[in-house]
Ligand binder design. Structure first.
Ligand code: NAP
Ligand code: HSE
Length: 432
């Protein structure tokens, strides 16, 4: 049987999973690829560091140049996280005539245009299925299987670590710190987990998906974002009492022909598919103008689910399928159809608001007055007398009807000034 030389650069959680699949499932992979994927080099940074998998001594190296110089290597899984040296190594691999598979969304979101242009100039290809939603084949689905559609909205849970943490806190009573530590131990978190919990990872993935789905080229640093790191356990509890779960949502929608993008914790009605996505699972709920609603669900973080996506990309590369789609899609190419970004202030939504207020008459009337002045109508009010934190101060939760983001922001500013409001403690969007 024909052999295609492959290499792995970066033998961490994902790299070790890819090596395991190539070794343990070599026959199955050969059957699916019509050729053997032959692992010639596994590049590590530190030869002495214990690894998750035992590899033959002649395969392991700390010298990436060996991969670059080896003409038998056609496909490289580049599985180093972060920007540098990942970017420079990727350019060198492309220049040496290798096709590159990556799981690195930070690199794709930040340097996609440069890397894709360079690959096209060199007649090479890049595949990045594992960079968004781990084991869920969302890149292929959005860019190929749904290509007859205009996607009109796409909402997802795209960070497995955050979802794991919220699930552990909400359903199992774990503390935030405990859940973060577990997510790291389970191999879900980034090398710097603040990227997960502050929304950075999700926003980078949303930038990639919104390019595939809408032809947008957003600067990921400008997409409004918030993570789960400032969430209060009380809001998970109040949300639950109101029939909602809180999830970190990556939101994109065409509104009046303009694209609205946003990442943040949102309330979702219990029982709806996104609300029931748990632990390290991710999900994407999209609407296409021909297909209607579609829903994808699977493990978004973790060694083997991610390795599954990487190896599938390696097979497609070896077979030659990726090259065809890569050339046809012209991802991140100059002059590609673009969509204008909407003003984030115009994005409408229903809001969950929590206040710490003085426990005295007329408080609700004053708050309702300010909300009304900003054209925000109240859907429901909950006062939690038993939850008083300080003498005479009680939490008050208000759920609003639809209003524009900018109206909610200006109302909150004014509410913060009211004498009866000690603090506007939280504002979360409710996903419709
Ligand atoms: P990881 O466990 O931190 O592994 C990264 C590996 O890269 C480490 O083993 C590191 O070496 C190695 N490395 C760094 N610089 C290197 C260099 N110059 N030469 C050779 N090796 C080098 O990270 P990971 O979880 O596998 O993630 C890898 C990529 O996949 C990241 O971009 C991540 O965002 C993405 N991803 C991860 C998951 C997941 O569930 N973990 C899912 C989807 C996508 P040392 O071991 O010596 O530090
Ligand atoms: N740290 C990422 C997450 C890995 O938790 O979703 C998958 O991209």
């Amino acid at each position: 049987m024909e052999k295609t030389g492959v290499a792995i650069v970066g033998m961490g959680t994902v790299g070790a999973g890819v090596a395991r699949l190539l070794y343990d499932q070599g026959d199955r992979i050969a059957r699916h690829a019509g050729r053997k994927l032959w692992l010639t080099h596994a590049v590590v940074r530190d030869l002495k560091k214990p690894r998750d998998i035992d590899l033959p001594a002649d395969v392991v190296t700390d010298d990436v140049q060996k991969v670059i110089d080896d003409d038998s290597v056609k496909v490289v899984a580049q599985l180093i996280g972060g920007i540098e040296p990942a970017r420079t190594i990727m350019l060198k691999l492309l220049e040496a005539g290798k096709d590159v598979v990556t799981a690195n969304k930070a690199l794709m979101a930040q340097h996609g245009p440069e890397l894709f242009d360079r690959a096209r100039q060199l007649g090479r290809a890049i595949a990045f299925e594992a960079s968004v939603a781990g084991g869920i084949p969302i890149v292929a689905n959005i860019s190929q299987c749904l290509s007859a559609n205009q996607i009109v909205s796409l909402q997802g849970i795209l960070n497995g670590t955050s979802n794991y943490i919220i699930t552990r806190m909400d359903l199992e009573g774990a503390s935030y710190d405990e859940a973060v530590k577990e997510a790291q131990e389970l191999g879900y978190a980034e090398a710097d987990p603040s990227m997960d919990v502050d929304g950075t990872d999700a926003v980078q993935k949303l930038a990639i998906l919104s390019h595939l789905a809408f032809g947008a080229r957003p600067d990921w640093t400008k997409i409004p974002k918030r993570g789960i790191d400032q969430l209060d356990e009380a809001d998970l509890r109040y949300a639950r009492q109101l029939g909602f779960r809180v999830k970190l949502i990556a939101y994109s929608k065409l509104v009046g022909g303009k694209l609205q993008l946003l990442v943040g914790p949102m309330l979702i009605k219990i029982g709806t598919p996104l609300a029931e996505v748990r632990a390290n699972y991710n999900a994407v709920s999209a609407i296409g103008d021909a297909v209607g609603p579609v829903f994808f669900h699977g493990q978004g973080a973790g060694q083997m689910p991610t390795a599954s996506a990487v190896v599938a990309d390696m097979i497609d590369m070896a077979v030659g399928r990726t090259k065809i789609t890569f050339e046809t899609l012209e991802l991140w190419a100059e002059g590609q159809t673009r969509v204008d970004m909407g003003d984030p202030g115009d994005l409408e939504g229903k809001f969950y608001l929590r206040f710490d207020v003085k426990d005295e008459p007329n408080v609700l009337a004053q708050i309702a007055g300010v909300l009304g002045k900003h054209e925000i109508s109240i859907a429901s009010v909950y006062q939690h007398d038993g939850d008083a934190t300080t003498e005479g101060i009680v939490p008050l939760v208000i759920v609003t009807h639809l209003s524009a983001e900018k109206n909610a922001s200006s109302a909150i500013k004014e509410l913060d000034q009211l004498d009866c409001v000690k603090k506007v403690a939280e504002r979360l969007r409710i996903l419709d």
